[in-house]
Design a protein around this ligand. Structure first.
Ligand code: HEM
Length: 465
């Protein structure tokens, strides 16, 4: 075809291609360093696979065209699939259980039903604050605290079981097994097939953890069949809801969905809140504006729990969270492919079956959309007047099309409520010399980031005036 342009790539080494660039655990940051050198797209070649990294708004619009491209479950996701089977996140597009679960769970995660979880999330935020208050003045590891909060939330909302996360962060055997098996899965996703098989010790640990996690969740499902839930939860929905043909999820698939929510739903939201607190600690004017809004809302409800009606009052907080996800999309990319050859941007050929990685971190900094101050934290970009001007393909923190995030409403509610309670009750400061360090697993999160919290007595705004 005339007019096609060659897709560039970094220097390759015979036999191993670009594997030499990814021998450490820094896949995401290495891909980002390479992206700095190219315009909007480049290719990576490995011994058994290859893919294209896409990160301009123009090209993303083409690969997010769901008539041409759809999600791929390979490399990293294949390893996670060993844990979460045909749960929503790791199911293949044509699997029967994906469409059945999507029909049953999309409504279960709708705002209409999500309101049932607001009291639970509110209670967990208050519990978290008790824990913060007990450590007032000490340097608190923010990612650890936020991970405890998200694990507790997904456990309580998913199946009415907590993990005692605030008192014994990360000590629960299930939490340990999940974190260990996910990290083995991530390491294995970067290895060649023969090398994966050689990891005998890790493979044994992984299999033991997988068995234990399955047993843990299976027991919860079995117990629930003979009892009623303390409060409405996702397990209840999965046991009782049907699609329009009357079909229900089977026991094994319910297990995979619960594991999916725990895997897909804890690190992502914890990372979002970690980055958000980091950005707020560095941008006092934004923090003051957000806190003013929080005080206004609590002025109207006093110490009553937050309700669905309050959520739309957190307008600026919502902009703060969206801008955080622009700068730090905690699921930093997703994979798509087309069944036929496709030309993207009118000039680059993506052959049939080849995977494209949508590199969100760089896409969300595309100067053609976000301007020359794309690196700056400016929540006003998402004000109602400005948000309308953002092209849909330029901002994709929750993925694309029918395979986009099922838990989006859940994550938005959980992060809004948590942030509101933190701003209401605390002043906080970090070490001014701290330079942001990002840990990469399947998601990204700030590490070695500590904040000191100081109890704050909220003054009613009328008293301040
Ligand atoms: C800030 C928090 C979150 C972010 C940034 C996020 C991001 C994403 C992204 C980018 C995808 C698409 C992945 C792909 O195409 O391969 C996705 C899928 C998914 N997420 Fe989330 N997520 C978040 C929170 C949650 C929560 C709290 C849950 C559940 C409680 C959840 C459940 C899922 C599920 C089930 C899928 C698979 C949907 C499907 O393929 O049908 N996520 N998420």
């Amino acid at each position: 075809m005339g007019g096609l342009k060659k897709i560039k790539m970094p220097r390759k080494i015979p036999f191993i291609g670009h594997l030499w660039l990814f021998l450490d655990n820094k896949t995401f940051s290495r891909m980002d360093e390479i992206a700095e050198k190219y315009d909007s797209l480049y290719q990576l070649v490995f011994p058994t696979t290859q893919f294209y990294v896409v990160y301009s708004n123009e090209l993303t619009a083409d690969v997010c065209d769901t008539k041409k491209f759809s999600k791929v479950v390979d490399s990293g996701l294949d390893e996670i699939r060993a844990l979460s089977g045909d749960g929503l996140f790791t199911a293949r597009n044509d699997e029967k259980n994906w469409s059945l679960a999507n029909q049953i769970l999309k409504p279960a995660f709708s705002m209409k039903l999500m309101k049932n979880y607001i009291p639970v999330m509110d209670g967990i935020a208050r519990e978290m604050n008790k824990n913060i208050s007990s450590r007032a003045g000490q340097a608190i590891d923010v990612s650890g605290l936020m991970t405890a909060m998200t694990m507790e939330t997904i456990g309580q909302c998913g199946f009415c079981e907590g993990f005692d996360s605030f008192e014994h962060a990360g000590d629960h055997p299930f939490v340990k097994a999940m974190i260990r098996s996910l990290s083995i899965a991530m390491v294995k996703s970067r290895l060649l097939p023969f090398h994966k098989k050689m990891k005998l010790f890790d493979n044994r640990k992984f299999n033991n953890d997988r068995k234990y996690m399955n047993q843990f969740v299976d027991q919860i499902i079995e117990q629930r069949q003979n009892t009623t839930a303390e409060h409405p939860d996702l397990l209840d929905r999965m046991l009782h809801d049907t699609n329009k043909d009357g079909d229900k999820l089977d026991h094994e698939n319910i297990r995979y969905q619960l594991l999916t929510f725990l895997i897909a739903g804890h690190e992502t939201t914890a990372g979002l809140l970690g980055f958000c607190l980091y950005l707020l600690s560095r941008n006092p004017q934004v923090l003051d504006k957000a806190r003013l809004e929080v005080d206004e809302v609590f002025d109207t409800i006093g110490d009553n729990p937050l309700a669905l009606g309050n959520m739309s009052q957190f307008k600026y907080l919502s902009q703060v969270l969206k801008e955080t996800q622009r700068l730090y999309p905690t699921a930093p990319g997703f994979l798509v492919a087309s069944e036929t050859d496709q030309v993207i941007g009118g000039k680059y050929m993506i052959p049939a079956g080849q995977t494209c990685y949508v590199h969100l971190y760089r896409l969300h900094r595309d100067p053609a959309v976000w301007g020359n101050n794309a690196e700056e934290f400016i929540p006003e970009r998402f004000s109602p007047e400005n948000a309308n001007k953002i092209p849909t393909s330029a901002y994709r923190p929750f993925g694309n099309g029918k395979r986009s995030c099922t838990g989006q409403n859940f994550a938005v509610l959980e992060s809004t409520i948590t942030l509101a309670y933190i701003l209401r009750d605390y002043l906080f400061k970090g070490d001014p010399n701290y330079r942001l360090q990002i840990e990469e697993t399947m998601t990204i999160k700030p590490v070695n980031f500590f904040l000191q919290f100081e109890n704050r007595t909220r003054k009613k705004l009328t008293e301040v005036a």
